[in-house]
Design a protein around this ligand. Structure first.
Ligand code: DGL
Length: 273
């Protein structure tokens, strides 16, 4: 059955494009509306109440005006802190990135010790740890916040010698504590998961939630017969400063050229919701 409505994918900035990329690879015929909200970046420094107020108009816009059939919070923070609150506000389904990423991490870990790198709000909410323990109570979980690096990725500036050293040190410290599997608990990290994998070496398995989430979306659309056979159009809507967002994308596209195929996109529509 044809179900032509678009998927709505949301994040504070460029991080959720990792999910867009994976969804486009697995479901090339789906139209996607991506809403980035740099006006309220960083989400990871906000409270649950603030996040619900901030995101309410975005999900209202996607569900009512754009008739989205499914909304994906391509954001570790929204997925961990307020997904049930957001679900209550709309009548279409909404899903996050935590569950599928945890399932994948629990599947691939060898020693049962899993690290999560995320925002401060995500770590405080503890959703990754709870979900992992729900899958297997024997798993050990170390969740760490790294807001400074989220901001660097948002600007498209992550590939400097200084950041490389910092990332390496952080990964060494996690490995020293026995972590063999690392979840990119923030989609800003997911966007450059290949970079973490490169610096972490073979002993560390990096789990990119974008792919696990895209597979979950695919399964859902297939089982509920909600697939589309559209042209796979991607629209990016920026709430706030579209110009800086474009700049981040340009910085990033330089590094991402061979890693993801996001470009060119239909960018530049500023929305005020
Ligand atoms: N990409 C987001 C996340 O996964 C948001 C980062 C932020 O805005 O702090 O948490």
């Amino acid at each position: 059955m044809e179900f032509k409505y678009p998927l709505g994918i949301i994040d504070s900035g460029i991080g959720g494009l990792s999910v867009v990329n994976a969804v486009r690879a697995l479901l090339p015929a789906e139209d996607i509306i991506y809403v980035a909200d740099p006006l309220h970046f960083p989400y990871g420094e906000k409270s649950r109440e603030e996040l619900v107020e901030i995101v309410k108009p975005i999900i209202g816009y996607l569900s009512q005006h754009r008739k989205a059939k499914l909304i994906i919070t391509a954001c570790g923070t929204l997925s961990s802190v307020c997904l049930p609150d957001l679900a209550q506000l709309i009548s279409i389904p909404i899903m996050g990135i935590v569950q599928s990423a945890c399932q994948e991490a629990a599947r691939v870990t060898r020693q049962g010790k899993i690290g999560v790198l995320a925002t401060r709000a995500t770590v405080k909410a503890g959703a990754f740890g709870q979900t992992l323990k729900g899958i297997n109570p024997g798993l050990e979980v170390i969740e760490e916040a790294w807001p400074e690096f989220v901001a660097a990725v948002e600007k498209g500036e992550f590939n400097s010698p200084e950041w490389r050293v910092q990332i390496k040190n952080r990964l060494i410290s996690l490995k020293d504590r026995g972590v063999d599997t690392l979840i990119m608990g923030c989609t800003h990290f997911s966007l450059i998961s290949w970079f973490f994998q490169e610096l972490g070496g073979r002993e560390l398995q990096v789990v990119d939630p974008a792919w696990a989430c895209a597979q979950e979306v695919k399964n859902k659309l297939y089982s509920e017969e909600k697939r589309s056979s559209s042209s796979g159009k991607l629209s990016i809507l920026v709430r706030g400063d579209g110009f800086s967002f474009q700049e981040s994308l340009d910085n990033l596209s330089f590094h991402l050229k061979e890693k993801v195929s996001l470009f060119p996109v239909d960018l530049g529509v500023n929305i005020s919701v």
